[in-house]
Write a protein that binds this ligand. Structure first.
Ligand SMILES: Nc1nc2c(ncn2[C@@H]2O[C@H](COP(=O)(O)OP(=O)(O)OP(=O)(O)O)[C@@H](O)[C@H]2O)c(=O)[nH]1
Ligand SMILES: [Mg+2]
Length: 619
């Protein structure tokens, strides 16, 4: 023994439960600092053996092997080997293994055992293994590894006394071996690990074996990613492939209602308000209900089947690379419905800067309010055809691209923020993988119903309200005979002012008019254009018979349409998001920063898209 107080290091793969064990063993007796010269957390604490003798514990970052791939891992290795400045070589190791992941975790454990320090294995998370139908034999494992194995449940403080007793005994009885006999190479190591893991299994239910096999593919860094992308891809294809008939039916319904009012109510201001503002404007948004429901049907099914947590696990690595923590996944995922609850959910992120970064990028996740805008423009400007005769719908592909653009944008921004205003690094976190199961029809139906209700309530409140205000601003003052009512109106004149600023990125008067009211809610961009078009078409039979998409098609270039889509990927067109950011960050600084950077990105993205498209002759 090198010190009066033995020092013991907790080592193992990421998420094995080292920190949980460390916390359970040391309680409040811990100190967190950085290793000298590096920004890797050094967590040290005190505990005592059963007879009261003290020991000191070090919690190390998770590592996959002794060949370091990152700074965290380099520090872990240096500490274990006694090369880390300011740290003496530990007197013993507690190798923490996730019982449910034995074959993976045993690889590193075998490497550690070859170091020939006094070692005890904590077979952690046995509760989860049992829940999933896996029973292990610690004795057998101990026999195979040649060191004591103690089953533990760190979060329930189970097995801690046995663990410390085993450590004590291991330090006392340790006899250095002649030569460490570790497996010769990587593949031999894996094989040996797998063989030991198999030997240690007492029983495994078929469900667990099956789950394990599926997970081996679904959680694979390459195949898993391909599957995730493929699922997303299919989802967006379906949005277009399936929404057609119901969307057409809804559109016809809105059209019929308009015609009925026009035929049966004498012309007056109120009738115009109803026809142009409510039916044309709000109706133009409501027709996208089928698309929204198809999207959420997929999300609900993926969630209920147990796949979503796997997707989170896959993304966790990527998020860590840009400095986000895995805890940000759920807030960001819910931001696909709406950034407001997403931003509120960031409260679960303990690190302030980490949380701030997650808040600042949440609006880049494509919320469902963008869908009507995307869907309108895509339906009008992207041909409804297969890509190169493959049967892959081009429209769905573009929609997929817009979602991906938001995600990639968010990752890039997070990367930049974590190196500047919100400096810090990411940290993985561990999620318990739920069982795979058949989604229950009732739950999915209920989820869809809730989504539909949220959407329709928005249409009936904020969207209707904003559209009515806009209708007023578009209707007054009355234009003299022969002049365009839209151009002459208050809203039209404000739009003309704004148009100057957005012409360089290819935007026209229609878009300029929609941008300001769309701050209330993104869908208003659609209702605003529909209302303006209805007012514009007033009396013109042919124009009135056209859908909004057809009208836009006749007026906009493809370059403008694409620029408008690019704008909506980034633009913070949502007052609620800005307000919630103010509330959650206690001040105006960060919401203003967010609005500033997002508008700047939106402007740049729209401009680049427009001029690139023009260069390709699409202007
Ligand atoms: N059910 C159960 N959960 C556990 C157990 N031990 C740890 N956990 C959970 O597993 C997750 C990861 O635990 P940590 O202690 O952070 O793992 P770690 O090994 O320190 O991870 P890194 O520091 O990232 O390498 C946490 O959410 C814990 O609550 C256990 O025995 N049973
Ligand atoms: Mg830890």
């Amino acid at each position: 023994m090198t010190a009066a107080i033995p020092s013991i290091a907790l080592v193992g793969n990421p998420n094995a439960g080292k920190s949980s064990l460390f916390n359970a063993l040391t309680g409040a007796r811990q100190k967190i600092a950085n290793y000298p010269g590096v920004t890797v957390e050094r967590k040290a604490g005190h505990a005592s053996f059963a007879d009261g003798r003290p020991l000191s514990l070090i919690d190390l970052p998770g590592t996959y092997s002794l060949t370091p791939a990152s700074l965290d891992e380099a520090v872990t290795r240096d500490v274990i080997l006694g090369r880390q400045a300011g740290e003496t070589r530990p007197d013993a190791l507690i190798v923490v293994l996730d019982a449910a992941n034995l074959d993976n975790h045993l690889c590193f454990a075998l490497e550690l055992l070859a170091l020939d320090l006094p070692t005890v294995v904590a077979l952690n998370m046995v509760d989860l293994a049992e829940r999933d139908g896996l029973t292990l034999d610690p004795e057998r494992l101990s026999h195979e590894l040649g060191v004591p194995v103690v089953p533990t449940v760190a979060v329930r403080k189970r097995g801690l006394a046995d663990l410390l007793a085993a450590v004590d005994a291991a330090i006392r009885s340790h006899q250095p071996r002649e030569a460490a006999a570790g497996p010769a190479n990587d593949s031999a190591l894996h094989q040996r690990a797998r063989a030991i893991a198999r030997a240690a299994i007492v029983s495994e239910t078929p469900v667990r074996r099956w789950t394990q096999r599926v997970d081996n593919v679904v959680l694979h860094p390459v195949f898993g990613m391909i599957i995730l992308l493929a699922l997303m891809f299919v989802m967006f294809q379906a949005v277009y492939a399936w929404a057609g008939p119901p969307a057409d039916a809804l559109e016809a319904l809105v059209g019929a209602a308009q015609a009925w009012v026009v035929d049966n109510v004498p012309q007056n201001l109120l009738r115009d308000l109803v026809v142009e503002g409510l039916l044309a404007g709000v109706g133009a948004v409501v027709v996208f209900l089928p698309q929204i429901l198809i999207l959420f049907l997929f999300i609900l099914l993926l969630e209920a089947s147990g796949y979503m947590t796997r997707a989170a696990f896959l993304m966790d690595g990527l998020m860590g690379k840009v400095g986000l923590s895995g805890r940000g996944f759920i807030p960001l995922l819910s931001s696909f419905a709406c950034a407001v609850p997403g931003i509120m959910a960031t409260r679960a992120i303990p690190d302030e800067k980490d949380r701030l970064t997650t808040i600042l990028i949440a609006p880049l996740m494509t919320c469902s309010a963008r869908l009507p805008v995307y869907a309108l423009i895509i339906a009008a400007f992207i041909p409804d055809s297969g890509v190169g005769g493959t049967g892959i719908g081009l429209q769905g592909l573009v929609l997929f691209g817009l979602y991906v653009a938001g995600i990639v944008g968010a990752l890039v921004v997070a990367f930049a923020l974590r190196r500047t205003v919100a400096r810090g690094t990411g940290a993985g976190f561990m999620m318990e993988m739920p069982r795979y199961q058949m989604p229950r029809l009732r739950d999915v139906a209920l989820g869809l119903w809730q989504r539909a209700w949220i959407f329709l309530r928005r249409a009936g409140t904020i969207i209707a309200f904003t559209t009515v205000i806009l209708w007023l601003l578009l209707t007054f003052p009355k234009a003299p005979e022969g002049q365009s009512q839209v151009d002459y109106s208050i809203a039209g004149r404000i739009a003309s002012g704004l148009e100057v600023a957005v012409t360089p990125i290819g935007f026209n008067h229609d878009i300029a008019l929609a941008l300001i009211p769309a701050m209330a809610a993104r869908e208003v961009a659609v209702s605003a254009m529909a209302t303006a078009n209805a007012i514009d078409a007033d009396g013109d039979e042919e124009a009135m018979a056209q859908t909004l998409g057809e009208r836009l098609q006749g007026k906009w270039s493809l370059a403008t349409a694409l620029a408008f889509l690019a704008w909506f990927v980034f633009a913070p067109q949502c007052i609620s998001t800005i307000a919630i950011t103010r509330r959650e960050t206690n001040g105006w600084k960060w919401p203003l920063f967010m609005v500033g950077y997002l508008f700047a990105l939106a402007y740049a993205a729209a401009g680049i898209t427009y001029w690139t498209a023009v260069a390709f002759g699409l202007g």
